[in-house]
Design a protein around this ligand. Structure first.
Ligand SMILES: [Zn+2]
Ligand SMILES: [Zn+2]
Length: 312
């Protein structure tokens, strides 16, 4: 599936992001009722339900999405659920997928599983974080997202875990072992991974752990262009978002092939590879396609649009 889709903002559409760690007795049953509810409201997106909670992102018309929020919060388990709302594009998701899984965020911590309903770090609001920055407080930000998400945007001075996958969390914890007695703030897109990651750090003996409430998206929305540099990678057809004006926007992403500034993600043109990477328009062909670095190393060659333009 290509991630290059029309990104035109459509104000009649709404995208929501939400999660809640709460005990769910029969995840499969809830998945069925959620699927029926979303279908009846013509919503598309992804919901994962497990015995530890629910994690979802959906798009639909403003009216349908608001109706969904109203309906789901009628369930006492989700009464205090927070929804992160943003303007939709009409085609953020190709379909609806509602699944019951073992965990809502796969951490595979084995014998050291963390249940955030029981153990998680103190939430730090975007306002509190902003005042930490303004006061010049000494603290470390640990980015709990994957490497390809961090490449296009991250907090100034943050420690980038460089994880390939959230399952690398134990490795990340080992790498930052020197911060056990210092204030540590974990960050991720919307907060769902930090609930687990920060709980895990507490379990590992970190004494002063916080998590960013509502995730990076909530901070960026309130403080656009401040301290978070670049754009936020999102798991829908928008691919990246930022809230500052185009003139003030800093691009930190770099083309994987030539190193030029870019925020343009494409999928490797080899179907079986499909590696997602940042690629500037000069390094792809006139159709916007290119081979990734790994496939180039195996002998594939890109014809850049520059070259084809010169030939033409
Ligand atoms: Zn390039
Ligand atoms: Zn490839």
């Amino acid at each position: 599936m290509t991630r290059l889709v029309e990104k035109t903002i459509k104000p009649d559409y709404l995208i929501i992001l939400y999660y809640k760690y709460v005990a769910i007795d029969q995840p499969e049953t809830l998945a069925e009722t959620q699927k029926a509810l979303c279908s009846s409201l013509n919503l598309k997106g992804r919901i994962i339900i497990s015995s530890e909670g629910i994690n979802g992102t959906l798009e639909g018309s403003v009216q349908d999405v608001e109706q969904y929020c109203k309906k789901i919060t009628e369930d006492v388990r989700f009464a205090d659920m927070q929804f992160k709302r943003s303007v939709g594009i009409g085609n953020a998701f190709p379909k609806l997928s509602v699944k019951a899984r073992k965990e809502i965020v796969s951490a595979h911590l084995g014998g050291e599983d963390v249940n955030p309903a029981e153990l998680t770090a103190t939430h730090l609001s975007p306002d509190q974080l902003q005042s930490w920055f303004e006061q010049g407080k000494e603290f470390a930000i640990v980015d709990m997202r994957n490497d390809y998400e961090q490449e296009v945007g991250h907090f100034k001075g943050s420690i980038m875990s460089g994880m390939k996958n959230f399952r690398d969390l134990p490795e990340t914890a080992k790498k930052i072992d020197n911060l056990k007695d210092k204030p540590v703030l974990t960050v991720c897109t919307g907060g769902v991974r930090c609930e687990k990651a920060s709980g895990y750090l507490l379990k590992k003996g970190f004494k002063n752990v916080y998590q960013l409430d509502g995730g990076i998206v909530s901070y960026m929305e309130k403080y656009p262009g401040k301290n978070f540099l670049g754009s936020l990678y999102v798991f829908d057809g928008r691919v990246t978002v930022h809230f500052d004006s185009s003139e003030n926007h800093t691009v930190v992403g770099k083309c994987a092939l030539c190193g030029d500034s870019s925020e343009r993600y494409i999928d490797c043109r080899i179907d079986s590879c499909h590696y997602q990477f940042i690629c500037c328009t000069n390094c792809s062909d006139e159709e916007g396609k290119a081979f990734c670095e790994r496939c180039i190393a195996k002998g594939e060659k890109n014809t850049s649009s520059n070259i084809s333009r010169q030939v033409a």
